[in-house]
Ligand binder design. Structure first.
Ligand SMILES: Nc1ncnc2c1ncn2[C@@H]1O[C@H](COP(=O)(O)OP(=O)(O)OP(=O)(O)O)[C@@H](O)[C@H]1O
Ligand SMILES: O=C(O)c1ccc[n+]([C@@H]2O[C@H](COP(=O)([O-])O)[C@@H](O)[C@H]2O)c1
Length: 271
């Protein structure tokens, strides 16, 4: 499947608008663990909002991201790691998106018990916004593993999927193989977004090592991480399935090596 060049081609919502007159609302759904949220997430969401003429992008922090933490039933994969408490990830997402009137944050995934499955996210958001067409935004790395997601066959009936480029990952749909032929047209779009080689893993490593994360994450998120003393210790890697298992109360963590720098003055306006 080619990467879409310019504006997104006609989507199911457009067809309804052309047929029925009234334009349906279009909401983007940006799911992520956001541990922490960084500018790569924000640029991807903003770019898709522009290209797909979205009315709103709802950021949805995961509750239990089972492919990162292990699913609680089976032994954790060697790559499994605990993630920060959902409330911290939620609040960082609120702080990061607050200035943009088109961005909002949903608690549906963090309030649902058990593993976080996108099929549930999309169903819950459809109940909340029954009048809207949904566009699920996913980076090239996450898209590459979509066939391992819970009930993945149902996903494409709930939303249009928008795969975005990410440095270090190939953006493609070849892995969907024959499945793609069986999907409705326009189920999946692939788009290039401005390349930001930022990952939450690198931000956590930097915070732990006392290296700067300014300009990789929004200023308010730098300050939130410092205030809550997140990422000061290296989390254990195996046998932990809960979403917040590695977090100690802030007062029990070692004091920082270097005090956080005073935030610089910025001249940025609302995005
Ligand atoms: N720099 C980026 N550019 C484009 N998409 C991104 C970028 N970083 C993350 N994404 C996408 O955002 C979504 C949420 O990502 P997530 O919260 O797991 O961040 P991450 O940086 O991949 O985290 P980690 O390093 O902890 O795995 C995923 O679909 C992911 O592919
Ligand atoms: O539905 C699933 O089984 C599933 C498996 C892995 C990831 N996802 C979703 O993909 C999005 C990005 O996930 P992550 O783990 O890269 O932060 C987020 O919304 C997750 O809920 C969903």
């Amino acid at each position: 499947m080619p990467v879409d060049g310019g504006r997104a081609p006609t989507t199911p919502g457009d067809r309804r608008r052309l047929a029925g007159g009234e334009r349906r609302r279009r909401i983007g759904v940006m799911g992520g663990t956001f541990d922490p949220i960084h500018n790569g997430h924000l640029v991807a969401a903003n770019e898709v909002a522009d290209r797909f003429d979205l009315d709103e992008v709802v950021f949805v922090p995961t509750g239990r991201p089972w492919q990162k933490t292990g699913d609680g039933d089976r032994p954790a994969e060697p790559s499994a790691r605990p993630v920060s408490p959902a409330e911290d990830r939620y609040l960082m997402t609120v702080v990061a998106t607050a200035a943009n009137p088109r961005f909002s944050v949903s608690r549906v995934d963090i309030e649902r018990e058990g593993n976080t499955y996108t099929v549930d996210t999309l169903r819950d958001l459809h109940r909340i916004h029954p009048d809207a067409d949904q566009f699920f935004i996913t980076g090239a790395d996450a898209l590459a593993s979509i066939l391992t997601w819970h009930d993945w066959e149902e996903l494409f009936s709930l939303a249009t999927f928008v795969g975005v480029s990410r440095p270090g990952y190939e953006l493609g749909a070849a892995h969907l193989g024959a499945h793609l032929q069986n999907l409705p047209p326009d189920s999946l779009h692939l788009i290039e977004v401005p390349a930001l080689a930022i990952s939450s893993t690198d931000c956590r490593d930097r915070a732990r090592e006392g290296r700067p994360i300014w300009y990789l994450v929004p200023d308010g998120v730098v300050q939130y991480i410092s205030k809550r003393r997140l990422y000061r210790t290296k989390p254990g890697r195996r046998g932990v399935s809960g979403p917040s298992a590695h977090e100690e109360p802030p007062h029990e963590r070692p004091a920082p090596q270097d005090p956080a720098p005073t935030p610089p003055l910025t001249t940025r306006g609302t995005p």
